[in-house]
Design a protein around this ligand. Sequence first.
Ligand code: ADP
Ligand code: AMP
Length: 236
Amino acid sequence: MNFVFAGPPGAGKGTQAGLFHARHGLPHICTGDMLREAVRDATGLGERASEYMRRGDLVPDALVDEIVRARLAEPDCGDGFILDGYPRTLEQARVLDASLASAGRRLDAAVLFTIRDDVLLTRLAGRRVCSRCGMTYHVEYRPPRAAGRCDVDGAPLAQRKDDDADTIRHRIGVFRELTGPMVEYYRADRRLLQANAERPIQQIYEEICGFIEAPDPRQPSRARVRPIEVRPAPAV
Ligand code: ADP
Ligand code: AMP
């Protein structure tokens, strides 16, 4: 089960990847989280990426390609993975395929989360993230049990710096502008699946599960992808 979750910021990719991690044990690889960690730790990567991230622009392909290549080579990814927020450009998608092929592996499918911009704006404006474990909440749609505190570890919840109104609009614009060719790349060889990301969290989860046949969720390596009828995706 080698999957990409693709879609605009705020579509719910991280929320769904978190569920697949918790319920099926699949590693959730989020390039945004890895880059934020690098910025927080002031590593060389963080220094090179921080200005792009602050503006809501994509960081250069070479930086993300390298961190993903290294992460996928780690042993826990041997039975499968979910990539969240990578690839975001055609070039990244090609590099990912080449890098998997050189390890004798293949991406099964890219799940495209489709959602309108006005829904994204509400989701991102209300997003709150645990300052310690990174668990994601929404003030209205997925509130924590105790206001402002993480259900898992009780740490305070925070708003991401790039979740302010102007940067949100810019990030959505960047996605709409740059991601189309990548989507077409996966559509062309029938690896593109679509999930209607405007529905409740559990329904989206069930739709994605429907794409995947997992005979034993504790053994993701035995899972396989069903022959899938690919539905036409709307223009992004
Ligand atoms: P992404 O990883 O695609 O940027 P997130 O998973 O962080 O998106 O979700 C963005 C915000 O929307 C979060 O506050 C999350 O709690 C909320 N959210 C995620 N999925 C849904 C959904 N299906 N319905 C309503 N809110 C959602
Ligand atoms: P995200 O957490 O997915 O919203 O990503 C936050 C920020 O990290 C983005 O606005 C980009 O600056 C950067 N980023 C994350 N993933 C990528 C990627 N695949 N390519 C380029 N930049 C990325």
